[in-house]
Design a protein around this ligand. Sequence first.
Ligand code: ATP
Ligand code: MG
Length: 347
Amino acid sequence: MTVTIEHRRSAELEELIDQDAAAFRILTGDRPTGQLHLGHYFGTLRNRVRLQDLGAEVFVLIADFQVLTDRDTAERLEEYVTGMLLDYLAIGLDPARTMIFAHSAVPALNQLLLPFLSLVSVPELNRNPTVKDEIAHSRQASVSGLMLTYPVHQAADILFCKANLVPVGQDQLPHLEIARLIARRFNERYGRPVFPVPDALLSAAPLLLGTDGTKMSKSRGNTIPLSATADETARLIRGAKTDSERSISYDPERRPAVSSLVLLAALCLGRDPRDVADGLGDGGAAALKSVVTTAVNDLLAPVRARRAEYARDLGYVRQVLRDGNERANEIAAATLAEVQSALGMRY
Ligand code: ATP
Ligand code: MG
């Protein structure tokens, strides 16, 4: 599916959400490969909080096994997982309404991988454009089996809890296609409607660029972390790539780096990026960066304050994850039982 079709579908979904958010069960997740950043915030995190507040059921997955797709070992896991939990709580995810859990703590979920792998072909896995891009950026000399198959693992994440909506950035669209394929094929092959066919929900910023002008990614050293201080944020934005044209415009095709900064300011301020660019006129990169810095720091100031409060009570933060893991295990066991029964594996 092209991005345009997905955008149109997202607009339709927004109308359905407006009518009855409680009809949606939502799953999204992040890899604990580093600190959550503004790409996450505008690409998906903000949507999660909004949907939670509208009354949808929200599940957030810390995808720790997926760390191993493009690196040999998972480093600083505990630090990153704690950081992510703090970010989730600080941006407004409420554990009473949103279940937060970790991949490795839910074995039944991972068991879905085997029957799901049997439902996709090797060429289907090979032509996934996001996986191709990640292989190009990988630090590994050769492509692991997990790299090629993690979108199937992700289908298990989505389908174990029977989620029907997945708020994601653009890079996730090919993976969502695979999850949809698996849900449909499973239901057809085993003759019962075990899984809903999930939809992707794109935000207004499905692909925020980083300070080097490519996709903002934890693994690429080009991010503005949510947990950065105001000074660190200013320094990161000062170092961001721009171009030599003095006049500021919003033209993502021709001027991706400048336009991404304009978009960032616009997202923080809740304004149209073209208006932000017009307001800057011939101010050049320095004026643009100063506006972006103020906008980002104003947006993040209350988030940072809440984050610091939660950081003083790490016992609570860890309990949030333990509670989420417990509930996720119950749900996964029920789904696995249904799957085993469909496969005729009940002895
Ligand atoms: P890594 O480099 O380790 O893959 P990442 O920064 O790509 O990290 P993920 O954990 O892979 O982050 O992605 C989590 C979610 O955030 C996904 O839904 C993804 O689409 C979204 N996301 C990540 N980066 C961006 C971005 N730059 N713009 C918009 N959404 C993004
Ligand atoms: Mg990624």
